[in-house]
Design a protein. Sequence first.
Lengths: 489, 432, 126
Amino acid sequence: MDYDVIIIGGGVIGCCIARTLSKFDLNIALLEKEADIASGTTKANSGVVHAGYASPREYIKRDMCIVGNKLYTQAVEELNFPFQRIGSFVVALEDNQINKLEEQRKQGTQDGVPGLEVILDKARIKHMEPNLTEEVVGVLHAPSAGIVSPYEMTYALAENAAMNGVKFFRNQRVRKIKHKNYTYSIKTKEKEFKANNVINAAGVYGAKISKMVGLDYFNIMPRKGEYMLFDRNAMHLNKVLFPTPTKISKGILVCPTVSGNTFVGPNAQNINDKKDISTTAAGLKEILEGGIKLVPKLPLRAAIRNFAGLRAVPDTYDFIIDNTDVYGFINVVGILSPGLTSCYAIAERVVDFLELLGVNTKVKEDYNPKRPKPEKFKDFSKKELDDKIKEDPAWGRIICRCETIPEKEILNAIHSPVGANTVDGIKFRCRPGMGRCQGGFCRPRLIEILSRELNIPYEEVVKMGEDTNFLVGKTKEIVLHKLKGDNVE
Amino acid sequence: MKKYKADVVVIGAGAGGLAAAIEVKKAKLDVLIIERDKELGGITLQCIHNGFGLKEFEEELTGPEYAQRFINQVVDLKIPYLLDSMVIEITRDKKVYAVNNKEGLIEVEAKAIILAMGCREKTRGAINIPGFRPAGIYTAGQAQRFVNIEGYLPGNSYVILGSGDIGMIMARRLTWEGCKVKAVVEIQPYVSGLLRNQVQCLEDYDIPLITNYTVTKIHGRERVQGVTISKVDRNFDRIIGSDKFFECDTLLLSVGLIPENELTIQAGAELSKNGGPIVDENLETTIEGVFACGNVLQVHDLVDLVTSEAKRTGKKAVEYINSRYGKELKKKEIIRCVPGENVNYVKPDVINKQNISQEIIFTFRVKYPDRRILIQFKDENNNVIYKKKKVYVIPSEMIELNLNLDTTNIQPNCKSITIEVIPRLEVLIEED
Amino acid sequence: MSESSASVVKVIRCIVCPTGCQIQAISKGSNIEFEGYTCQRGLEYAQQEYFEPKRILTTTIRVENGFLPLIPVRTDKPILKEKLNEALNEIAKTQVKAPIEMGQILIENILGLGSNVIASRNLTKK
């Protein structure tokens, strides 16, 4: 079939655009190159919904952030993803940094950022965030800032988009795009997709995709950021903590997550390899040193995980959202920070472009913006739990001890629209493996469940896509194989 | 909601839970065991190597054989147990809530609770190894579960980080299943586990043991392709220029065990620095009527000592029910037990003064190995109240000491005892 | 008396007790003598280790229709170390049926070495 719109890229931007467009009476498809959506930058970033005072005024991302921030309230109500508007501090450790804070407060307020204040009263600061260093001289407080689970939000966006008719195709790396007679032909390894309009939301690969239609006017430079995550029980922060920013980046944060953990990071390292998401000893050291400046009592012994992600940094340092010269091809690339915050505003901009391109933007009658909140064991009262288990015994078999997750939540994660098909997919949708023991207890059980539900042998269950198999064979197989080999000779 | 009532509820059916439950039943009290796995036996079921039972049965058994002895007693004594049942909450008033998929939510009301949840393994994230996060990284216990219980092999070629017994045992196990184990890497200058395992698991198979090294990078984006190991100095910092690369498709981590006390914290009991609950000489936690035994209390190396500890715990829980349950709490005078020089932790953490004329079993571990040492008990005024010689001590062997404090020089107003392990004076003179 | 005809052919680390004596097997003419042991058990261990090293084999056997796909097993007597690989191959080829009782002989007199492979636990049917 010929789609009206194909979106390339299943990160938060692609999925947000998909969901926004799903309200119109259009045939829409989204192509994601990895085994699952939200596999790239979306899954490994700070999860901060920024207030919007930080970007320079000449960048379009500033305004998109301020508008996007406000749109989170409605989005949460409709899509039921974890989001907490807890507020942020930019921390000044020296007196000469206060002027910078005051400047940001003034300009931010002029541009529509609500509630900004510079606080110099140390007692008040420490009351709001007791873990902050004694060396603080003042903070810029932004009450509209918040934290979100970027991948859980992306799954919610995708589910709602799918509920409203968007087709998702995973494991589809785009190899070639041809444009002829106002139709795009997009080729992946085994399939061909046709569309009238294409939206390029391919993240770190944004320039590569754009070049496929001859648009070579920007570069995307991957910038790695490393993170370290701490046990929930070890420390609880109230605010997102930023250092006073430098020219390059917002700096190394110390930040709570929506699940109650604390993390430190990211650093900023420009690299060439788009697949390099490795952490490094030097990087981990750097983020710890940065973090300790803000929170001296970082619970180093309670580290549970370190990871890294890549930002897609454009050479313009601003969002590239273009209704390009190639008719029907829209670039939505270079979505670095504050991209996550801006996603709803970005999606609206894309709608504007599609209208200009003559696409029908009439809202369909059966559009349902609501995606129900996923049922969680932890949210039920004791009476409700008892009833739930009687109704469906899968609620009573606990698979993840650290996070108390029953088999039912895992089955829901697998069978929901755009559901999990890998162990990491389950992990990021409903958390088994994110706790203290990092999968020590639950992994054999997750493999068993995936094997059963997807009807594949244990050996084919993967961590996150092709070639990430956990098991190489059954016990005795290697010995028996060697024996056969000997016999043949 | 299904309700159960018992005199004692035991959480966990490993070696600790089984032995404790048996003691309680032998004393003719009602006991219920709650176990999260699909059968009784705990971690010993996957420890299919031998070396168990030398103290308890004076025989050398494999882990499953050891467990079977206790499972048989549980069946013979008709002790009720719940399988596939996860305890999700212990309330501050000692109610235990669990779930399984047959009975739904379960509430257990008991006069006493015995915690026997065991421990979990330290992970890669906990020791901050940098690199990629591919498939192919396992803890030794996870790999053991797959190979011995689930029936699957995690990989073809391995590097094992950590020379504890689990790591060395798995080195041999995997070799016996046709896999290639390239090296066992140990950050300390000495092997962590038993010499017997070093000989029979590593040397027998020419698997190199590389001490003073650790894994500093993991390679491979989708699946492990190799690891870089580096030599470390005394502060465990990487020595530049010492990197070695090993090609492998699996990294096994045997880097430490942590008592699993999430429920204990929830119940309101206090934890001590070793990760287990604070207990007195009765193995009772800071919550009246809640006891602990086995790896949840302190990580053991010999399952036989888990059994003897669990038997004591069972007996103490019975004593509690028969003489103290329901009675008004008397204000207890306590003596604190403090780890001193070269001692990592001590159990019990406190002693009730009224019980100092009973035999108390002290257990502790040292921080670093030493030979020809003196174990000394000192009071808060530095007076030595007891001492004992020992030929050698190493961190991987827990030390057990039976002592009746009445036979020592303990003063009546003693408030704390420090236990230290120091070189013997005559040895120091000799070495001059 | 001549020392030149004596040479250390093997160093054996005794595992009988935690002391871990290093016992040397020294060839003197056509004899092997042992030095470095501090007790009789150590000497006996070293002699066995040198002349006829044996090991208890602990592994698993595949089970048809069992509650678990494998049953842990062990040899009821130590077997020659040099035969371990062959024994493992035999065991890999074997499959047994549930139910099985602990102690049940699953492979009798494996490789004719006088040791049986026995079950280490009970295993019920699926």
